[in-house]
Design a binder for this molecule. Structure first.
Ligand SMILES: Nc1ncnc2c1ncn2[C@@H]1O[C@H](COP(=O)(O)OP(=O)(O)OP(=O)(O)O)[C@@H](O)[C@H]1O
Length: 259
């Protein structure tokens, strides 16, 4: 019998020679990296280097001009339209501002993707949505509140609950701790780690937050000029000689990582 334990686990996602542009401007120009199964990968780079564009292209939200994206070993380009629709449910996206529907309460926001994609009874849908509220550490009383009534941290958690609505295997987070106070940011990082560990999620986290890299990320990918600058663990990135990485990891804001 074949020993399956020796079979390599395919990467959750692989970005191969990716090119993305808008009009005559090329933003991503031949990018290669992988999101390994079960890891939390931090995506860093100078402002405007294309981190969000990369994340959106990986999530199928914007088209790419060249290259391919592989999802659990399957090239996206080889999938039928139907298969693409199905595979898109394998990931959830947490947008920078949360992007909750302001006219819907938290429960309705979480139920929204379920209405679109799952054939669940209203009762079961509501039950699952309540479970997601609990999963992200929101009180049950948050269910009937509207986004405008929530703090920034609660909005992030509610948006996270919605991104988990379809039980994704991959989570895309766009600057999840931006705008949170340091304590709230730390708790959010811990939540992401707990969710990744307990649900086996593979997470791509676009971030500028050095603390998040230290607390949450298993590896880091840095972009520059539309390409991969370097990928590695935090200690490998800290030891890197590339000028931007040196400034980033050893600048005045990096004091908490020193030592
Ligand atoms: N829809 C769009 N149309 C035209 N240009 C765009 C579009 N989306 C992004 N860009 C451009 O792509 C470049 C990269 O943007 P992106 O948001 O990915 O940067 P980023 O690395 O995430 O930056 P930051 O760290 O500041 O959030 C920017 O110059 C931006 O103006």
């Amino acid at each position: 019998m074949e020993n399956t334990s020796t079979l390599p686990v395919p990467a959750a996602m692989q970005v191969n020679d990716l090119v993305v542009g808008f009009g005559s401007t090329i933003i991503i120009n031949g990018l290669n990296f992988e999101l390994r199964s079960g890891e939390i990968l931090g995506l860093i780079g100078p402002s405007g280097s294309g981190k969000t564009v990369t994340m959106r292209a990986m999530a199928g939200l914007i088209p790419h001009r060249r290259g391919d994206i592989t999802v659990f070993g399957r090239p996206f380009s080889e999938l039928s339209v139907r298969e693409r629709e199905t595979i898109r449910r394998d990931w959830g996206v947490l947008f920078q501002q949360g992007a909750l529907f302001s006219s819907l309460n938290v429960l309705e926001n979480i139920e929204f993707p379920m209405r679109e994609h799952l054939d669940l009874s209203p009762k079961l849908r509501r039950e699952v949505a309540r479970m997601k509220i609990d999963l992200v550490g929101l009180p049950a009383s948050a269910a009937y509140t509207y986004p405008t009534q929530l703090s920034g941290g609660m909005i992030k958690r509610a948006a996270l609950a919605r991104s988990l609505a379809l039980d994704p295997k991959i989570l895309f987070l766009d600057e999840p701790t931006a705008g949170l106070d340091p304590i709230g940011a730390g708790k959010f990082d811990e939540l992401i780690v707990t969710l990744s560990n307990t649900l086996g999620l593979s997470v791509l986290m676009v971030t500028h937050d050095l603390d998040s890299l230290e607390v949450a990320c298993d590896r880091i990918v840095a972009l520059a000029n539309g390409k991969l600058l370097k990928a590695g663990t935090l200690s490998e990135m800290r030891a890197a000689s590339e000028p931007w990485l040196r400034d980033y990891f050893h600048g005045p804001r990096a004091h908490n990582l020193e030592g």
